[in-house]
Design a protein around this ligand. Structure first.
Ligand code: COI
Length: 329
């Protein structure tokens, strides 16, 4: 079988090569994004692999049908950028990688919070200027805080374990509570309860139209003064302008954002010699109580390996058996 993979990075190369050797199948690897100008390259292949947070237009799946390609395997978990109906209508089976490494994302989100709590960016900047004084940047310890986890799927649960290890009090909200966690009494009954009780809100949920701008001015006002927001989930969950206002007023003490609502033209691009045109994003970067990272919470050796191998096995399985355990329904 012959597959074509888009957005392939150097660090993924060895896993593609390993899989080709082990299975005897071929994979053409391209650095290009999959979009309406590159989609014609899929002609003649049995399946397509891609990884990106940008949107795939519905017409892309008409092209899949035209070229007789029946499987689209994404090397990541989120499918909020794919119209599954459009794929289905064109006979395309979509697979994802539901659990490449929940720990990778959970560990990163905790790391970012710890940096905010101990003012590490501020101290790094001060030390660079040879200012070695301490005050007034006294830190906070996790065991003195209540962490509110939104979303208790695999990533949220991994985060809960880590926070408990640090001695934090953890509360959680999920529309679909996990039975094991429910027995432990970790859940509150509403967002309002979570927002009013937590010192830290950490987001570990997919983006759905219902949760668009969950972190809004209205909800920020329900939070404790001096609280923290951690978003390693999806940019669309946070109203960035409202967040900036809350950070500037002191309502929020800090935020760590590994996703941004308009990230697709910014993250994973080298813009070092260009002016960033997005004024909201520029303002975010200028704040010293914000940590911005370019959607790298997932980016560990374990995760990258699993993303490549699981996506390839899914594509192969759909071609051979018409389905895979990772088919997105
Ligand atoms: C995901 O797996 O959905 C992520 O957010 C990772 C990203 C590289 C697309």
């Amino acid at each position: 079988m012959k597959f074509i993979a888009f957005n392939v990075r150097e660090d993924e190369e060895k896993y593609f090569a390993q899989w080709e050797k082990e299975t005897g199948n071929e994979v053409l690897r391209l650095p290009d994004m999959l979009d309406m100008s590159s989609v014609k390259k899929i002609e003649g292949f049995d399946g397509v692999l891609a990884l990106q947070t940008g949107t795939y237009p519905d017409e892309m799946f008409t092209e899949f049908k035209k070229f007789g390609v029946k499987v689209f395997s994404i090397r990541n978990v989120g499918v909020d950028n794919i119209n599954l109906e459009a794929a289905k209508k064109n006979g395309v089976v979509v697979t994802n990688v539901p659990a490449y490494s929940p720990n990778a994302i959970a560990e990163f989100s905790v790391t970012q919070l710890m940096q905010l709590l101990r003012n590490t960016t501020i101290f790094r900047n001060k030390v660079a200027k040879q200012d070695f004084r301490w005050a007034p940047y006294v830190g906070k310890e996790l065991r003195s805080l209540t962490v509110g986890v939104v979303g208790t799927g695999r990533i949220g649960r991994a985060a809960i374990d880590i926070y408990r290890g640090f001695g934090a009090k953890v509360i959680a909200y999920d529309l679909y509570p996990n039975p094991e966690l429910k027995k432990q009494g970790i859940y509150v009954d509403s967002y309002d309860e979570l927002f009013s009780q937590a010192d830290v809100i950490t987001l570990h949920m997919p983006a759905t139209p219902n949760d668009y701008h969950l972190i809004s001015t209205e909800n920020l006002n329900k939070m404790k003064d001096g609280s923290y927001i951690i978003n390693t989930a999806r940019g669309a969950l946070v109203d960035t302008k409202a967040l900036i206002t809350a950070l500037k007023s002191g309502k929020l003490a800090g935020a760590a954002l590994d996703t941004y609502e308009n990230e697709s033209d910014i993250f994973n691009h080298d813009l070092s010699n260009q002016e960033i045109k997005d004024e909201t994003f520029k303002e975010l970067l200028s704040l010293d109580n914000v940590l911005v990272t370019p959607h790298v919470a997932f980016y560990t050796e374990t995760a990258v390996k699993n993303m490549v191998l699981i996506a390839l096995n899914s594509a192969k399985s759909v071609c051979e058996d018409g389905t895979a355990s990772t088919v997105v329904k």
